[in-house]
Design a protein around this ligand. Structure first.
Ligand SMILES: [Zn+2]
Length: 446
């Protein structure tokens, strides 16, 4: 009898131990995966997870006004023994169409319950989220009338988007230019500055676009006329002594590339691979811009400077009399006295001041509304990232760092990551007619 009693006691201790060992004390987790604004083609994802014994059931309902409707309800295999486990993770995707909701706000409640401990003690998790169904496209209307663009150059378009929270701008082929809301010009009035690339055809498709928070998209065309750009061809002779004078400094600062077996191969590694990487970096640095104009006066060319190269010169490189490479020069080369102060072409905020491969010591200034200026080959940097600069304020001194044959300033302008011809921005009359007049409402507006 005594033996039997201790045997039963041992069994009870083992059973209690097993129950405690397999006890699931963590509740399941639930998540609703979707943006707050949805359109009729949208979907809502439901994710439930239980890392203990697994999920026993999941369910969701949708509420709109007085209506409450089930979305789904599922129950999974019941676990009998303490060490049994079932579905750990369940994912459901439900289309907006299937929810049967109409335009406006609705709420979703999603619940999951896990497997019980001792057939009784289970836990649940609930989450609720508010959504808005928006099936209407944002209304787009063009306000500016004249849009004359030269290939490689810029233009501005004034337009209105009648839906708050929409993204909008101009599409030039596959290039996206974002528009910015103008303060003091009425609700939804935006200006987008865009460009046609020197490398895009004159008949590249141009359109305005807008996309609301729910993803509904509108397109609108606007009157425009495009003139072909005139680009030059130039020959540049490369010598071993030139390569020996520029390569070591560039390689030292640019771990992305390394010295090759011959001087020519090292030059090509810098002129092709590093140039491509540097231009990608510049495109990234000039994506995010202040959403307002940071200048009032026209853009200035470097004082007392002579133009040596212009925008989009097509360069053929010669080595020992033979062609070895071709590249496009995306800026102006301006020569002044050696170690001249490099002046900010207009007021703005410094977004980059560091060594940048073929451009040597480089400064990039944000002028707002997507427009940037770049200054290369500096011998010294006199500004820091985040610093506000005034028009003609010194950014450093000219020099020949990077891929430069002599002391000069490489000056570029960029629009939301794309290289543009600066010559228009130096022309006060052009800036007034193409940009400022549209901002100030001087051009006739319907
Ligand atoms: Zn240059």
């Amino acid at each position: 009898m005594k033996k039997l009693r201790s045997f039963v006691l041992v069994l009870i201790i083992i059973a209690v131990g097993v129950v405690i060992w397999y006890w699931d004390s963590d509740p399941p987790t639930v998540r609703i995966d979707s943006a707050d604004y949805v359109n009729k083609d949208g979907e809502i994802g439901f994710i439930a997870e239980d890392l203990g014994k697994g999920l026993r059931s999941i369910s969701a309902v949708v509420r709109q006004g007085e209506d409450v409707n089930p979305i789904f309800e599922a129950t999974y295999e019941f676990t009998i023994l303490p060490w049994h486990r079932t579905a750990e993770l369940k994912e459901m995707v439900v289309s907006i169409e299937k929810l049967g909701v109409s335009e406006g706000a609705f709420e979703i409640e999603f619940e999951a319950r896990d497997q019980s401990n001792l057939w009784f003690f289970s836990r649940s998790a609930v989450t609720k989220r508010e959504f808005t169904l928006d099936t209407k496209r944002p209304i787009l209307s063009v306000l500016s009338r004249q849009h004359y663009i030269t290939q490689g150059g810029s233009e501005a378009v004034l337009y209105k988007v009648q839906e708050a929270g929409s993204d909008s701008g101009v599409l030039v082929g596959d290039r996206v230019f974002r528009g910015f809301p103008l303060s003091g010009r009425g609700d939804g009035v935006h200006l987008a500055i865009f460009s046609i690339g020197y490398d895009q055809p004159v008949d590249v498709p141009l359109s305005l676009w807008a996309q609301d928070r729910a993803g509904n998209r509108s397109k609108a065309s606007f009157w425009h006329k495009v003139f072909p750009g005139k680009f030059r061809n130039r020959k540049i002779t490369i010598s071993d002594s030139f390569i020996a004078s520029v390569a070591p400094e560039i390689l030292e600062h640019s771990p992305e590339v390394s010295e090759q077996s011959t001087p020519l191969e090292t030059f090509l590694e810098i002129n092709r691979t590093l140039r491509t990487l540097n231009n990608q970096r510049i495109a990234e640095l000039t994506q995010q811009s202040e959403p307002r104009l940071l200048w009032t006066e026209p853009f200035a060319q470097l004082s007392n400077s002579q133009v040596e190269s212009i925008f989009a010169d097509h360069r053929t490189y010669l080595y020992e009399g033979k062609e070895c490479d071709q590249q496009t020069h995306l800026g102006f080369d301006l020569a002044s006295l050696a170690l001249s102060p490099v002046e900010a072409s207009n007021s703005g905020t410094v977004v980059f001041a560091d060594f940048l491969g073929i451009y040597g010591n480089t400064v990039i200034v944000d002028h707002g509304l997507g427009l940037f200026s770049l200054y290369g080959h500096l011998s010294s940097l006199g500004v820091e990232v985040g610093q506000t600069v005034a028009r003609r304020e010194a950014l450093g001194q000219t020099g020949q760092t990077g891929l430069a044959g002599g002391d000069h300033l490489h000056f570029s302008m960029l629009l939301q990551g794309h290289q543009i011809n600066p010559i228009e921005w130096w022309d006060e009359d052009w800036v007034r007619k193409h940009v400022l007049v549209k901002i100030e409402g001087g051009e006739s507006i319907e």
